[in-house]
Ligand binder design. Structure first.
Ligand code: ADP
Ligand code: ASP
Ligand code: MG
Length: 422
């Protein structure tokens, strides 16, 4: 017997028919004698709809009330899954964030989980009751509902798994594992049997939204065993089998003995949610760059890629960087206000860009990864606007319209194409 946390994403929960299928999958685990807690997302599209309602109501909405609104999608699906399980003859009940409680910091719309009091939950699981927990939500110290940022149900699931000391955290989604790149864009993408925490963390942080970045960091820290698999299977699939056909996220130590045919590059991700900002003719002198990025940091704007061009003859230079498109208006306002201190000439923004990143631990010991990327893109006429690297990642900024082409070309260039796909 094992203790399992299962998480079902938005498409898995989209409508009563899908929820019935989820109930069957959950019941299969309970019938096999496992203790089961289930974390659910809102129905696909519902959170977007709720976010838009807040924006429509007021562009300056109160983040605490935003959380009250957007957390409701998960409340609906947790109740519906409990009803569906009960109608299959299983014992099940929902546990809302405040009922456990899942305590978070106060930072509304992007809260972090601090503690989970799981004693009652564990007791009820031991009594054979399936616990259904709405993902994405928690409660702050002052008793108000918080949410964990978009895609946050993955993090809820990992946090619950850590709190109940689960043997596994199974993340069910609409693809059957983690692929070498988004399989909805590149048909030749290959499913990975295993990925290291480090690689998954990097892939998630550069746009592979199959897992929320924070869920991977938390799993790494707490030693939670994550498996990504699909809920879109027919009834013949036995989810209690030992060799489930998903992707297991493992530590680097486990990897060395596990996968002999490991590629240099594990995966390629894309992110269309950043914009490029350029300041022209910034004085080329000590402190100039600090004058740009200090006010942005004070405004809590996360700057990503930074390029400072070679100075011109008149002691001036151009500075380019990227920031999240949702923060673009704020970024422009901050920089306009800081113009007298910075002393730039023009401020230009471009949201028609995408960041493409290649990730792999094999990079640590191999040269030439970046140059393969630059050459493959150059051969197809794709211009690179900015570059950043880390120990296991190379990212480039390109025009957004070339995203699909770049992913396909790089996938082939690094020898990742699946043999059986067309
Ligand atoms: P859920 O609603 O279940 O949380 P998400 O939409 O958040 O699902 O994440 C699943 C999606 O992630 C897939 O449909 C796929 O398009 C996308 N994705 C991006 N990169 C990858 C990748 N490397 N492997 C698998 N899926 C990926
Ligand atoms: N429903 C939330 C969202 O769409 C959380 C999640 O699905 O993980 O972002
Ligand atoms: Mg998700």
């Amino acid at each position: 017997m094992a203790r399992i946390v299962m998480k079902f994403g938005g498409t898995s929960m989209a409508g009563i028919e899908r929820i019935r299928r989820v109930a069957q999958i959950v019941k299969q685990q309970a019938d096999a004698g496992h203790e089961v807690a289930v974390v659910v997302s809102a129905m696909a599209g519902d959170t977007d709809r709720l976010v838009n309602f807040c924006r429509e109501a007021s562009s300056l909405y109160d983040p605490a009330e935003y959380d009250v609104v957007v957390a409701s999608g998960e409340q609906v699906t947790s109740g519906l899954l409990s009803i569906a399980l009960q109608s299959l003859g299983a014992k099940a009940r929902s546990w809302l964030g405040w009922q456990m409680p899942i305590r978070t910091i106060e930072s509304h719309s992007k809260a972090r989980i601090e503690t989970i009091d799981a004693a009652d939950l564990i007791q009820s699981m031991q009594d054979g009751q399936i616990a259904i927990i709405p993902g994405f939500q928690g409660i702050s110290k002052d008793g108000r509902i918080t949410t964990l940022g978009r895609g946050g149900s993955d993090t809820s699931a990992v946090a619950i798994a850590a709190a109940v000391k689960a043997d596994r955290c199974d993340i069910y989604t609409d693809v059957d594992g983690v692929y070498t790149t988004d399989p909805r864009i590149v048909t030749k993408a290959r499913k990975l049997k295993t990925v290291t925490f480090e690689e998954m963390l990097e892939l998630a942080s550069v746009g592979a939204k199959v897992l929320q970045t924070r869920s991977v960091g938390l799993a790494m820290k707490e030693g939670v065993r994550i498996q990504v698999l699909s809920s879109f299977t027919d009834e013949s699939v036995n989810y209690t089998a030992d060799d489930l056909p998903g992707t297991l996220i493992i530590s680097e130590d486990e990897m060395e003995t596990d996968d002999m045919e490991r590629q240099l590059i594990t995966g390629i991700a894309h992110d269309k949610n950043e914009s490029k900002i350029t300041l022209t003719r910034v004085p080329d002198k000590p402190g100039a760059v600090a004058n740009i990025f200090e006010p942005l940091a004070e405004a809590a704007i996360n700057v990503d890629m930074i390029v400072q061009n070679v100075g011109r003859d008149k002691g001036e230079t151009d500075v380019t960087f990227t920031a999240p498109t949702v923060d673009l208006d704020k970024t422009m306002q901050v920089l306009e206000a800081a113009q007298p201190d910075i002393g730039y000439n023009r401020l230009i923004s471009d949201s028609n860009v995408a960041k493409i990143s290649v990730v792999g631990v094999g990079m640590k010991s191999h040269a030439g990864i970046a140059s393969t990327m630059f050459k493959a893109l150059a051969d197809r006429g794709v211009n690179i606007q900015a570059i950043t690297t880390s120990e296991i990642k190379v990212s480039v900024l390109i025009e957004e319209d070339y995203t699909e082409l770049a992913l396909r070309v790089l996938h082939t260039a690094y020898g990742l194409d699946s043999e059986d796909a067309t």
